[in-house]
Ligand binder design. Structure first.
Ligand code: NDP
Length: 300
């Protein structure tokens, strides 16, 4: 068997397009487009690339995008004051603080300054509580993207056994809750899980979110399973030269593709979905805060 590729890039592009239509409709109905504020602290090259991509795709949909860059030397107090100001600004619909913050800054305290109704990354305690209780709210983007990819691939997920590997606040835990809300049976595995390979082999849908290159081998995968690989790991690419690198997921792709029925590539799978879901969250935040009706058909 050779698995079919789940094209996260193409699905994300469709979502971006739908967001663009929604933004156009909202702007003509209300005279203004939703606005996303991104806060970037320090000079971390990866964070700068992520923020550049987020800003570019936000603007491409017609949404307004504001960027706040602060030096790595910024004090906790000044950073928190900046985020509180954005929370209070009625013209801003979504706030994203690019993580990780430089050493010495307390990200939990900064996140606590985000108005939960503008929490487009779904990181505040209120957002987490709403997710656990099944109430409407903003949910973190990467896990939302995973569920969309699984539904695009399989249709109904009801009754499927999902094994999520990783229990982070950003990915693993919300992914488990989102799959549970789709009536899946969910196992949340982590670094202390016994016989992880055997556990993974019971999964109809396997969602590794660990950060260990190619940890999940082909013989960990149940034949015919769907694999949604969240991992993004940069490794040496000796064939291309001593300093060259390449991106791989948490799954040994060349082995997995022989066993699974569908699999996301890395890059080009979950990654593009994360920004697409950020954009949908910003539209949802704007409509909810401003008491605008969501455009017809906008059901992400
Ligand atoms: P964290 O480091 O916060 O969490 C990693 C999780 O993996 C932990 O729960 C840890 O378990 C678990 N883990 C570590 N080692 C093992 C092991 N040997 N066996 C089983 N579980 C293990 O990472 P994130 O959740 O933030 O990110 C995970 C991956 O997803 C990374 O590669 C990251 O780059 C990628 N990512 C991709 C995104 C995208 O847009 N595609 C967005 C966000 C993240 P324990 O809790 O027991 O320590």
């Amino acid at each position: 068997m050779t698995a079919r590729l789940i094209d996260g890039k193409a699905i994300a592009a469709q979502i971006d397009e739908a967001v663009g239509h929604a933004v156009g409709a909202l702007a003509s109905a209300h005279g203004t487009a939703p606005c996303l504020a991104v806060v970037l602290v320090g000079e971390d090259p990866a964070s700068q690339i992520y923020v550049r991509n987020k800003v570019r795709r936000t603007q491409a949909t017609g949404m307004r995008s504001l960027e706040f860059r602060l030096p790595a030397s910024v004090s906790q107090e000044v950073l928190e004051a900046q985020v509180r100001t954005l929370s209070l600004d009625p013209d801003i619909d979504g706030i994203l603080v690019q993580l990780p913050l430089p050493d010495g800054l307390n990200s939990n305290a900064v996140i606590a300054c985000i108005d939960p109704d503008k929490d487009v990354d779904g990181l505040t305690e209120i957002s987490a509580g709403r997710l656990v209780l099944g109430k409407p709210g903003l949910v973190s983007c990467t896990p939302t993207g995973c569920v969309i990819l699984a539904k695009e691939t399989l249709g109904s997920l009801s009754g499927a056994h999902v094994v999520v590997i990783g229990r982070s606040i950003l990915v693993g835990k919300p992914a488990a809750l989102l799959f549970l809300a789709q009536d899946c049976t969910v196992t949340l595995a982590h670094s202390r899980t016994r016989d992880l390979a055997a556990m993974c082999k019971t999964a109809d849908i396997l969602v590794p979110a660990v950060g260990r290159p190619e940890m999940v081998r082909g013989d960990w995968i149940k034949p015919g399973a769907t694999v949604i690989d969240v991992g993004i790991n940069r490794i040496a690419n000796i064939a291309k030269g001593p300093d060259a690198t390449r991106i791989v997921g948490d799954v040994a792709f060349d082995e997995a593709i022989q066993v699974a029925s569908a699999i996301t590539p890395a890059p080009g799978g979950v990654g593009p979905m994360t920004i697409a879901c950020l954009l949908t969250n910003n539209v949802k935040a704007a409509c909810s805060r401003r008491r605008w009706d969501l455009p017809v058909g906008f059901d992400f």
